[in-house]
Design a protein around this ligand. Structure first.
Ligand SMILES: Cc1cc2nc3c(=O)[nH]c(=O)nc-3n(C[C@H](O)[C@H](O)[C@H](O)COP(=O)(O)OP(=O)(O)OC[C@H]3O[C@@H](n4cnc5c(N)ncnc54)[C@H](O)[C@@H]3O)c2cc1C
Length: 436
């Protein structure tokens, strides 16, 4: 059993993924005494391998950018391919975002990435314990208590002035507070796995993520450094319900529906088994309370399509570290500081939601896929640059405010022009959400 000499800390953190390790490291850097509990042992598998350019400043601040560069492959762009409504291909290079100083991100194996973050927080002085599952918490007293079970079945009590829930999709506190809600607007399901021998793009484009829209949803291809390809399909519930074979077989059959994927995967074979997750979109009605905070997926997750999950988790952790550090010294400012924190986090998630909710609609495809780069009008180039900024995670940039509003306006105009097609899609989407 791993045990500590002391059981009282400034801050207790549930979960040793990107959100938990980031907030723990940053609070330790500020001189706080932090204890983090991770139920698994690193390295462990996790989905969510494609990072965003705006992750890089956070990785730099944590002092792990060099190590991530060693295990990751550079991703200069996101490539979108459509087989439905407006067929075609377009590549969105991050160098064309409004901010020019982060022209790439990384694709990483999460087992390696999360292990780097975990070891880093230990090196920064965090008492980070693996194989320790948080089974209960006491939120209503001024000192927070956690009941933690080790792998031998022994239970331990820990106390702290502040409690952070970074438990990801386990949503430990949201479950306890009964504040977790499925997203009624977005009910897709994902099937994913790692494949050997999938054809990659050439040269600098080798690390780009490829996205394919098809009749049942969309597919991602994320190239990993060790020549493996992470492949996943995100589908409508009605399609998933047609499955009458094994998950592996259904996954392979689905991928075969897209001719280019079928070609790129001619010689591919699946490593291990496919995995599936349904109804993954949710949020908690409560983000914070006296002496506790929910960050990353423990608060909300919307959709993998713009690879925003890890970025939002680490960004909320970085902001959360500043907040908790201030609150530990000045609890009387709580209301104001918490208010600012919550509204910033919600705004950042909302910036992605606008795109996520419309991603599969014909009006969105038409606008997204209509750029003939060379001959593009300067106004259209500005709009594309604003969209790329969002794809890079730079959602707060004031420079993109007006072009983004214009992009959205064009979207609504497109919706009106092709009213019938878009209305049919809206009805289909509502039916899918209702039946899931
Ligand atoms: C299908 C799919 C594809 C995705 N693709 C991408 C992508 O390409 N790019 C991207 O950025 N994001 C992607 N995401 C989202 C991404 O996986 C998450 O947003 C991200 O991992 C959130 O980080 P986190 O630290 O909040 O939670 P997690 O990474 O889930 O970490 C939480 C940690 O808490 C631990 N834990 C849980 N309960 C307890 C407990 N009771 N006690 C102790 N420890 C506990 C867990 O073991 C885990 O290690 C994807 C998500 C899905 C569903």
């Amino acid at each position: 059993m791993t045990d500590t000499n002391q059981n009282h800390y400034d801050v207790l953190v549930i979960g040793g993924g990107p959100a938990g390790t980031t907030i723990a490291s940053m609070l330790a850097q500020k001189g706080r005494d932090v204890c983090l509990f991770e139920k698994a042992h690193h390295p462990r598998f996790h989905i969510g391998e494609s990072l965003l350019p705006m992750n890089l400043p956070i990785l730099e601040k944590l002092g792990v950018l060099g190590r991530v560069d060693e295990i990751g492959i550079k991703k200069y762009a996101a490539e979108f391919n459509s087989l439905v409504s407006t067929p075609g291909q377009d590549t969105f290079y991050f160098a064309k975002a409004a901010k020019k100083n982060h022209p790439f991100a990384y694709e990483v194996r999460r087992s390696e990435f999360d292990e780097i973050l975990f070891k880093n927080c230990q090196q920064k002085g965090v008492t980070a314990l693996e194989g320790m599952i948080v089974i209960d918490s006491e939120l209503h007293s001024s000192v927070k208590k956690l009941l933690v079970r080790d792998e031998y079945g022994n239970q331990h009590e820990f106390t702290g002035h502040y409690l952070i829930d970074a438990s990801g999709r386990d949503t430990v506190l949201a479950q306890q507070l009964k504040s977790k809600h499925k997203n009624p607007q977005h009910r897709m399901a994902a099937i994913f796995g790692h494949f050997h021998d999938v054809e990659r793009r050439n040269g600098r484009d080798e690390g780009n993520i490829s996205i394919y829209w098809f009749q049942h949803g969309w597919v991602w291809m994320i190239p990993l450094k060790d020549s493996m390809m992470s492949v996943g399909c995100v589908c409508w519930p009605s399609y998933i319900k047609t499955r009458d074979t094994s998950l592996n077989e259904f996954f392979l059959q689905t991928l075969q529906l897209i001719p280019e994927i079928s070609k790129r995967m001619e010689n591919a074979h699946l490593e291990g088994n496919a995995q599936a997750t349904g109804n993954y979109s949710y949020h908690s009605n409560i983000m914070s309370g006296e002496g506790f905070l929910l960050i990353g997926d423990a608060y909300a997750f919307v959709d993998p399509v713009f690879s925003s999950g890890v970025y939002l988790a680490m960004q909320s952790a970085a902001r959360g570290a500043d907040l908790v550090d201030q609150l530990l010294d000045n609890p009387q400012n709580r209301k104001k500081l918490i208010g600012q924190f919550e509204s910033t986090i919600k705004k950042e998630i909302k910036a992605f939601c606008w795109f996520i909710y419309r991603f599969n609609s014909p009006a969105f495809h038409k606008l997204f896929m209509s750029s003939d780069e060379e001959n593009q009008h300067p106004v259209k180039q500005k709009l594309k640059s604003a969209v790329i900024s969002v794809l890079a995670g730079d959602t707060n940039n004031v420079q993109i405010k007006l072009p983004l509003m214009t992009f959205k306006l064009f979207y609504y105009i497109n919706k009106l022009i092709e009213f019938k097609e878009n209305r049919a899609f809206a009805i289909f989407r509502k039916q899918q959400n209702d039946r899931a």
